[in-house]
Every structure is written in structure tokens, then in C-alpha cells.
Write a protein that binds this ligand. Structure first.
Ligand code: AHR
Length: 501
């Protein structure tokens, strides 16, 4: 804030809802694709690697993900999924198919990380698997057999093959995607054509033994409302979830997306403005879904979201490796707040991607690892997982840049099972702090403490020589008296406040 400007105070009211909604923990999901250094190097280094590992999974990343309480992990793609033939990735390593990853950089894929390795990783990091099946170039039989291989208890050709490969008992698998981006890299289909194909394939994605599959249909790209209309009309009764993919590009131009660091203030503003578009899309897709599914049985599954920048100079363009700054922290906080606010329809979300790709939680370089600002936001916000949404009432001040404006405040609140209330607050403004006065008189809380992630540089980030440039700090100056909480958020900050009785 400049010296001449008076501090603005924004009034916010927090109160319990008479129609409680739970913020599904699955909103805090992640995505891991055979892309760049996400799987190989990021998750898997192999048992003979000098990098400390457990059964071939690097220890530092494994521990960091456990700490994050990852509720669900999507795999193997992405575009990779519709070219993936799962039988290439089972059995002895020396017999696994070696091939080219044609989507992502044309590098060798040796299939050492396959079904067993993925599902074991999910056990180790204590997360639920979400598998994307191949509808674009795979057969119905192949998809049916994969589900049988993973989930059938007892005797069958696929269950027996699984046992021969060392896994006696089936895994529990709930989430299964029937194709990925079938309007694009997954086969360039029309909505009507995909809806028919979805129903054919999904018929054979069976519930074996006691396993119950939650089937996710390929949903729209961003604001393609016609896709949602056709899918809900033609196949809504055959699905449990419909996906939505939306990436935030600073410029909106796929030819020159914008750099991850060293960007102008205009691109800070534009990135946040473009990420806020998520709300309009959720509202409009939800309105279409409500027509066919007023009871909100079908989840909107935002299984790819996050920032997408020009790759880091000198890195393989097919690897989608990018730095992660304070701006990404704001993008994460804004989107998580939106997903909370629309938790009645948004049942899951998976940020892209977990390690070394796009808006990652973790970056690695050889044996080194850093946690990104996005990781810190997910870690601060994880207190909302499976908590009850508390609606907020406020009129945000405007954050104006040139002739355009967006709300300066992004916020949400929840109450967890122990009765603790958490507020997550983002001040979007690049240079003005924001003073809040929150009416919490109906919550029966009296103690407040908080954490904040901020920096004076908008592109502040962690790197391998300075891994702690950006990390959460104590949020100072919280005043709680007579049912009112007062706090000032620094410019360009993400904060979480905890309130207890
Ligand atoms: O996350 C990178 C790619 O973005 C995914 O493979 C694809 O589904 C999307 O276009």
C-alpha cells in the first residue's frame, strides 16, 4: 500500500449453514503422468539408484507426499493414458516393452513403472489410486481385463496372471477414468461419438468381488458447454463423475504462454484474472449438470488444473518443466477456495502435476529436492479436507489493473470434526495490503492463530541452492475480541487462520 492510501477494511461474516456441505478431501488430489521427470526421477529411481529409496521410490519425495496427506493420485495420464497398454508394464522388468513416449519428448519408456509399481506407491504414500483407462487407442477387452487384473478376488485368467506377478490379493480401486481428453489427444472425437463410446467401454468396467468402481467420463475442455450438455444428456445415467480440464496461462496464448519467473506485473494480474475464470466455468457446467442430475449425484471432477508456462530455458520442451513462484501459490489458493465453495458439485480435483511437471508440488534435480510454494499452500489448506463448509458473506474490494478489475479477496472457511474452524484467505493485490474484520460471533471460538505465505518479490521461488525463500511464516497481528476477528493480509499473500474454542 502506498503511504497516502487509507487502509480499507473489508467486512466478512462467517456462519454455519443450514444445509451443510462437506469439502471432499479428494479436492486435494494430484496427477502423475509418464511425462518428463514426473514418474522417472520424480517418483521412481529404481532399487539400484544412489538416491536413497524404498523399493525403488525415492525417500525424500515419498515422505513429502505423505506429509501432504494426498487423498488420491491420478495415473498414467493425461494424453499418455490413451496410448498406454497396461500389459506392457507388468511382469519381469527385462521382458517389459521398451518404447517411445511419442506424446512427451520422444524419449524411451521402459515400462518399469507399471500397474504394480503405481498401486504399491499409493499404499506407501497412503493415497487412493485413480486410474485413467485407454479408450482412444485401446480395446474394450483391454480395459475390461485391466480392471479384472487389479480387482478380482478368486480365480480368473487376469486374477491368476496378477498372482503369477506376485500380487496375491486384489487391490482396492475406486476411481477409473474411461478415456482422457477424447475431444483432443484421446482420439479427436465429437461429443456424441464419445458419449456412445463411453457407454460401450463403461459397460465392461465391472465391479468385481466387493470392489465398487466410480466411473469418470471425459468431460469438457474449459468452457465447452456443448460437450457437457451432450454427455449429461446421452450418458449421465452411466457415470459417477464428469471431468473438467482447465489450465491457467498468463497470456492465454498457447504459442507464447509467458515465463514462470521474471514476469511483468501485468502477467501477475492476468494470471490471477484467468484463473478466476474457473468459477464461471464451474457455475455454468453445474447448471447444465443440474438439468439432468438435480440431486448432484454426478461429480464434477476437475482432474487437470493449474498453471502452464513456457518451459524453463534449456529444458526439453516436451517435459513441461517450470518453476513455481508466489504467483502459483495464489493460483493454488484461489482455486482451492473455489472448489470449497462449490463442493456440492466438485467432488474431486487433481492439480497438474505432482512432481517436475507444470504446477508441481515438488521439484527434483539429481538427489536434491525442493518444495514449491504450491506445496506449502496445499499443506496449509489440508485442514479443510472432509471438513464442513462454512459459507462466507462479503463484498470484496476491487483489484484494478488498467481498466480491468477482479476481486481482491478470495476466501473460504470450514469446521473440522474436532470443531476447529479454518479460514483460508488470499490477497490478490500485488502491492496493497488488505484489512479484514470478520464477524465470527456465531462460531463459539475464542483463540486464533495463523500462517502466511508471502514475499516482497512477486516471482519469489525456491531453488536448489535456496530451498526456503518461500515458506509459511506466523501470521502476526490477529486480534480476536467480542466475536470479531481483525487481521491484515500482506499484499500478494495466502493465509490460513485456525480458530478454536
Ligand atoms: O498435463 C499435461 C497434459 O495436458 C495432459 O497429458 C493432457 O491431458 C492435457 O492436455
Amino acid at each position: 500500500m502506498t503511504a497516502s492510501q487509507p487502509a480499507k477494511t473489508t467486512l466478512v461474516t462467517v456462519r454455519p449453514s443450514d444445509r451443510p456441505v462437506t469439502i471432499s478431501k479428494h479436492i486435494y488430489g494430484h496427477f502423475s503422468e509418464h511425462l518428463g521427470r514426473c514418474i522417472y526421477e520424480g517418483i521412481w529411481v529404481g532399487t539400484d539408484s544412489p538416491i536413497p529409496n524404498t523399493e525403488g521410490y525415492r525417500n525424500d519425495v515419498l515422505e513429502a507426499l505423505k506429509e501432504l496427506k494426498v487423498p488420491v493420485l491420478r495415473w498414467p495420464g493425461g494424453c499418455f493414458a490413451d496410448e498406454y497398454h497396461w500389459m506392457d508394464g507388468i511382469g519381469p522388468y527385462e521382458k517389459r516393452a521398451r518404447m517411445v513416449n511419442s506424446h512427451w519428448g520422444g524419449v524411451e519408456e521402459n515400462n518399469h513403472f507399471g500397474t504394480h509399481e503405481f498401486l504399491r506407491y499409493c499404499e506407501l504414500i497412503e493415497t487412493e489410486p485413480y486410474i485413467s483407462g485407454n479408450l482412444g487407442s485401446g480395446t474394450i477387452q483391454e480395459m475390461q481385463q485391466w480392471v479384472e487384473y487389479m480387482t478380482l478376488d478368486g480365480e480368473s485368467p487376469m486374477a491368476n496372471l496378477r498372482k503369477e506377478n506376485g500380487q496375491e490379493k486384489p487391490w482396492k480401486l475406486t476411481y477409473f477414468g474411461v478415456g482422457n481428453e477424447n475431444w483432443g489427444c484421446g482420439g479427436n472425437m465429437r461429443a456424441q461419438y464419445y458419449a456412445d463410446e463411453y457407454k460401450r467401454y463403461a459397460t465392461y468396467v465391472r465391479n468385481y468381488s466387493s470392489n465398487q468402481i466410480y466411473k469418470i467420463a471425459c468431460g469438457p475442455s474449459a468452457d465447452d458447454y456443448n460437450w457437457t450438455e451432450v454427455l449429461m444428456r446421452e450418458a449421465g445415467n452411466h457415470m459417477h463423475g464428469l471431468s473438467l480440464h482447465y489450465y491457467t496461462l498468463p497470456t492465454g496464448d498457447w504459442g507464447r504462454k509467458g515465463a514462470a519467473t521474471g514476469f511483468p506485473v501485468e502477467e501477475w494480474f492476468e494470471t490471477l484474472r484467468r484463473t478466476l475464470y474457473m468459477e464461471e466455468m464451474i457455475v455454468k457446467h453445474t447448471a447444465i449438470m443440474d438439468k439432468y442430475d438435480p440431486g448432484k449425484r454426478v461429480g464434477l471432477i476437475v482432474d487437470e488444473w493449474g498453471t502452464w508456462y513456457d518451459v524453463e530455458p534449456g529444458s526439453n520442451p516436451g517435459f513441461l518443466y517450470q518453476q513455481n513462484t508466489l504467483r502459483d501459490a495464489l493460483v493454488a489458493g484461489i482455486n482451492l477456495n473455489l472448489f470449497h465453495q462449490h463442493a456440492d458439485r466438485v467432488h474431486m480435483a487433481n492439480i497438474a502435476q505432482v512432481i517436475n511437471v507444470l504446477q508441481a508440488m515438488i521439484l527434483t534435480e539429481g538427489e536434491k529436492m525442493i518444495l514449491t510454494p504450491t506445496y506449502h499452500v496445499f499443506n496449509m489448506f489440508k485442514v479443510h479436507q472432509d471438513a464442513e463448509l462454512l459459507p462466507l458473506e462479503f463484498e470484496s474490494p476491487k483489484y484494478t489493473f488498467g481498466a480491468v478489475h477482479v476481486p481482491q479477496l478470495s476466501a473460504s472457511a470450514s469446521r473440522d470434526k474436532e470443531g476447529k474452524v479454518h479460514l483460508s484467505l488470499c490477497n490478490l493485490h500485488h502491492e496493497e495490503e488488505l484489512t479484514l474484520s470478520l464477524d465470527i460471533s456465531s462460531l463459539n471460538v475464542s483463540i486464533g492463530s495463523g500462517q502466511v505465505l508471502t514475499h516482497e518479490k512477486l516471482d519469489a521461488h525456491n531453488d536448489f541452492s535456496s530451498p526456503d525463500v518461500l515458506k509459511p511464516a506466523l501470521l502476526e497481528g490477529i486480534v480476536l475480541e467480542e466475536g470479531t476477528l481483525r487481521v491484515t493480509l500482506p499484499a500478494a499473500s495466502v493465509a490460513v487462520i485456525e480458530l478454536t474454542a
